[in-house]
Design a protein around this ligand. Structure first.
Ligand code: NAI
Ligand code: MG
Length: 331
C-alpha cells in the first residue's frame, strides 16, 4: 500500500493540509496517511523544528505533502528551517516548479513552463562566513556531478512529458568557473538528447524574457539561487501564491508543497486557498504512480478554478471549506 506522509506545519499549513487530506479521502486514493510534525510550533515545544521521527517518517513514506512553516526573521539559536533541513538530509536535489495558465479570466494565455532548479549546492551551499564587522563571504559551489544529475533530471522530465525545448540558464560570461562548469556539463548532457531543442540564456535576460514572453519557454534548468528567483518570477503567470505548487525530488522519495508560507495574516480564519496544496497533491499522486487519481483531481481543480467558488485571494468570498466541497463535488 502506498504510504503518504502529511506534514501540516504552522499557520494556514494546517488548514490546507487538512483540506488536502479530506479531498484525497473523498477521492478514495488507495493510500495510507501518516502524519508528522515540523515547524515553529514544534520547535517551541520540543527544541527541534524537524524532529528525528519526522525525518524517519518522510524517509519511510513513498512521498510527502508538506504544508508550510513559520520561520523567524531574526536568528534564533537552534532553529533551522525544516524544509532546508529535509532537502539536505534526504538529498532532495531537484526543485521543480510547473507554471501553467490557469482557467481564470484575465490570465495570460499560453503559459506552460517548468523551472528545474538544482537544490543542494550553488550559492546556497551553506558555506557562509562573517569576517569581523566589515566583511562576509558565501561560497558558490558547483560540482560536475550535481550539475549532471539536475540536467539529466530535466531531460528525462522533458521526454516524459512531451516537451521539446530546454533552456539552460547561467551567467558564464561573468562567473566563468562556476557557471562555466555548469554550462559545459549541461551542454554535454544535452548533446545526448538530440530530440530536444537546446537553448542557453544568461540569467538576467531569462528574468526579462520570463516577465515579457513566458510562453516561449518549456523547461528551464539552472543553479540554486537563479532557480529560486526565476521560479518566483514565473509563478506570476500561474495565478499567484494561492495556486502555485512545487516539488522536491530525491533519488528515493519526494516532497511536495504549496509555494506559499504560513500566512499569519489570515491563519485561523478559514479562508486560505487550498488549491496550491491540492495542485501539489496532484504532483504527489503522479509521483507515486496513482495517475488516474491525479488526473481526476487535476480536472476537478480546473473546474473549480473556471467556475468558482473563489477564496478572497482570488477576489471571491468563499471559505476553504466551501472550495474543498466544490472540488469534492466534481468527483
Ligand atoms: P506567505 O506566503 O505566508 O504570505 C504572503 C501573502 O500571501 C500573505 O498576504 C498571505 O495571506 C497570502 N497567502 C499565502 N498563501 C495563501 C493562500 N493559500 N491563500 C490565500 N492567501 C495566501 O509569505 P510571508 O508572509 O512572507 O511569510 C509568512 C511566514 O511563512 C514566514 O514565517 C515565512 O518564513 C514562512 N514561509 C514559509 C514557507 C514554507 O514553509 N515553504 C515559504 C514562504 C514563507
Ligand atoms: Mg523562494
Amino acid at each position: 500500500m502506498t504510504r503518504l506522509c502529511l506534514i501540516a506545519g504552522d499557520g494556514i499549513g494546517r488548514e490546507v493540509v487538512q483540506a488536502a487530506r479530506q479531498v484525497l479521502e473523498a477521492l478514495a486514493v488507495p493510500a495510507e496517511f501518516v502524519e508528522a510534525e515540523a515547524g515553529w510550533e514544534t520547535f517551541q515545544r520540543t527544541g527541534n523544528a524537524l524532529p528525528e521521527q519526522t525525518l524517519a517518517a518522510v524517509q519511510a513514506a513513498n512521498s510527502t505533502l508538506f504544508g508550510a512553516v513559520s520561520s523567524p526573521s531574526q536568528r534564533v539559536a537552534g532553529y533551522r528551517s525544516p524544509i532546508v533541513g529535509m532537502r539536505k538530509a534526504i538529498d532532495l536535489y531537484a526543485c521543480v516548479r510547473p507554471v501553467q495558465t490557469p482557467p481564470l479570466a484575465n490570465a495570460r494565455a499560453g503559459v506552460n513552463l517548468v523551472v528545474v532548479r538544482e537544490n543542494t549546492e550553488g550559492l546556497y551551499s551553506g558555506q557562509e562566513t562573517r569576517e569581523g564587522d566589515e566583511r562576509a563571504t558565501a561560497q558558490r559551489i558547483i560540482t560536475r556531478q550535481a550539475s549532471e544529475r539536475i540536467v539529466q533530471w530535466a531531460v528525462q522530465y522533458a521526454q516524459r512529458t512531451g516537451r521539446r525545448k530546454i533552456t539552460v540558464v547561467h551567467k558564464a560570461n561573468v562567473l566563468r568557473e562556476t557557471c562555466g562548469l555548469f554550462r559545459e556539463t549541461a551542454l554535454r548532457v544535452l548533446s545526448d538528447a538530440p530530440d530536444l531543442q537546446v537553448e542557453e540564456m544568461l540569467v538576467d535576460n531569462a528574468a526579462y524574457q520570463l516577465a515579457r514572453a513566458p510562453e516561449r519557454f518549456e523547461v528551464l534548468v539552472t543553479t540554486n539561487l537563479f532557480g529560486d528567483i526565476l521560479s518566483d518570477v514565473a509563478s506570476v503567470w500561474g495565478g499567484g501564491l494561492g495556486l502555485a505548487a512545487s516539488a522536491n525530488y530525491g533519488t528515493r522519495t519526494a516532497v511536495f508543497e504549496p509555494v506559499h508560507g504560513s500566512a499569519p495574516d489570515i491563519a485561523g480564519q478559514g479562508i486560505a486557498n487550498p488549491l496550491a496544496t491540492l495542485s501539489a497533491s496532484v504532483l504527489m499522486l503522479e509521483f507515486v504512480g496513482l495517475n488516474s487519481y491525479a488526473e481526476r483531481l487535476q480536472t476537478a481543480i480546473q473546474a473549480v478554478l473556471a467556475n468558482g467558488p473563489y477564496t478572497p485571494d482570488l477576489a471571491g468570498a468563499a471559505t476553504t471549506a466551501e472550495v474543498v466541497q466544490a472540488v469534492i463535488d466534481q468527483f
